[in-house]
Design a protein around this ligand. Structure first.
Ligand code: SAM
Ligand code: SF4
Length: 347
């Protein structure tokens, strides 16, 4: 992809959406509008997924996570630059006792249409009422296998039966949109697909398979377990699943539908050519570092601006970073940049 606009045009770019006019937008030098903020509220996680934190989180939960006041300035600055969607991720975001306040903060920003959380679903039942009260729009839960034994093997936790009950309660009692994510690995992909198909037959849920990505911590597992989604896509087509036309606000997944199923299958292929062309996201870590790409090799510290409540300065810095957002990741060259594991900035 060629750079199509210059820095001045980036600064002057305007976003016209819905009620909002003349809102400056973050646009990079490949004309991609960055309207989606993924904010890791903590990098701590209670699980030990074998592809992410196989030995669990090392050490104590850090004490220097952004405060609620700093998060409020962060959201305000991004909202003023045309952000429309905020995802709270981690680590495990439900570890933070003020997660509901953070959801509410995101929700109250002008222009934020979607507030989402990504979670491993631990004790989900306990969080449902708070999620609903705070106005959560979308919840993504990770379930890497619908086989309880495999689930425990992968995550270290024997909670699948309870999690499935909690998910049914969420579907019955709220209108929070639910997606379930699972990692696609060589040993777990097709076996899990059979169980997934049973699960979504009568449930309005999209289950998304994510191709296993390399990080500096998982090299050995990556080389035995990484697989592309080609065989799975072929199988789905043979069984009558049809890819849906992608809309302009579609996420990274290609979704498939089937007339005999209420739910859908999604496939996320970070190793596919052109995957990054539709990138619309920026990431901020739990201590306030902005990452221009999940696999970039540097980051910029926003914390001094957040601590000072300097929203004008924050916006200037974000605009100034736009020309250097990388065009694409370098995963196909086995370069995962600074990414040791995805609990750092939330997948
Ligand atoms: N703890 C939450 C969870 O598990 O959903 C949120 C953070 S987790 C890092 C976000 C997503 O990243 C999960 O769906 C997880 O499966 C995925 N993930 C973690 N490591 C990955 C890897 N190496 N390749 C692909 N996806 C990965
Ligand atoms: Fe924790 Fe999510 Fe990583 Fe699993 S994938 S270890 S739940 S951060």
């Amino acid at each position: 992809m060629q750079a199509t606009i210059n820095a001045l045009e980036v600064e002057n770019a305007l976003l016209y959406t819905g009620q909002r006019t003349n809102v400056p937008v973050l646009m990079d030098s490949f004309a991609r509008r960055l309207t989606y903020l993924r904010f890791s509220v903590t990098d701590f996680c209670n699980f030990r997924c074998n592809y992410c934190l196989p030995n669990g989180y090392q050490g104590q939960r850090p004490k220097n996570e952004l405060t609620l006041a700093e998060i409020a300035f962060l959201f305000e600055g991004f909202a003023q630059l045309g952000t429309q969607k905020i995802r709270l991720t981690g680590g495990e975001p439900t570890i933070r006792s003020d997660l509901i306040d953070i959801i509410a903060l995101a929700k109250q920003q002008t222009g934020i249409e979607t507030v989402a959380v990504s979670s491993n679903g631990y004790k989900l039942g306990k969080h449902i009422a708070g999620f609903r009260a705070a106005g959560l729009t979308q919840l993504n839960i990770s379930i890497d296998s619908f086989d309880p034994f495999m689930f425990k093997q992968i995550t270290g936790f024997d909670i699948l039966p309870q999690l499935l009950k909690d998910i049914d309660a969420l579907l019955d009692t709220t209108d929070i949109r639910l997606k379930i994510n699972g990692i696609l690995t060589a040993s777990n992909g097709m076996d899990n697909l059979a169980l997934v198909l049973d699960y979504i037959k009568h449930r309005p849920v999209t289950y998304r398979f994510i191709e296993f990505m390399q990080t500096s911590d998982n090299r050995q597992l990556f080389f035995t377990e990484h697989t592309r989604a080609v065989a799975m896509k072929h199988y789905l087509l043979m069984q009558g699943w049809q890819p849906l036309t992608r809309t302009s606000d579609a996420g990274p997944a290609t979704e498939y539908a089937h007339p005999d199923y209420v739910g859908r299958i999604g496939i996320i292929e970070p190793y596919a050519a052109h995957f990054c062309e539709s990138c619309n996201r920026l990431r901020v870590s739990s201590v306030g570092k902005v990452h221009l790409c999940l696999f970039d090799s540097s980051h910029y510290d926003l914390r001094p601006l957040l601590a000072a409540g300097d929203i004008a300065g924050l916006k200037d810095v974000l605009q100034g970073l736009m020309p250097i957002k990388p065009e694409h990741h370098l995963l196909t060259e086995h370069n995962s940049g600074l990414m040791t594991n995805l609990s750092l900035v939330g997948g």
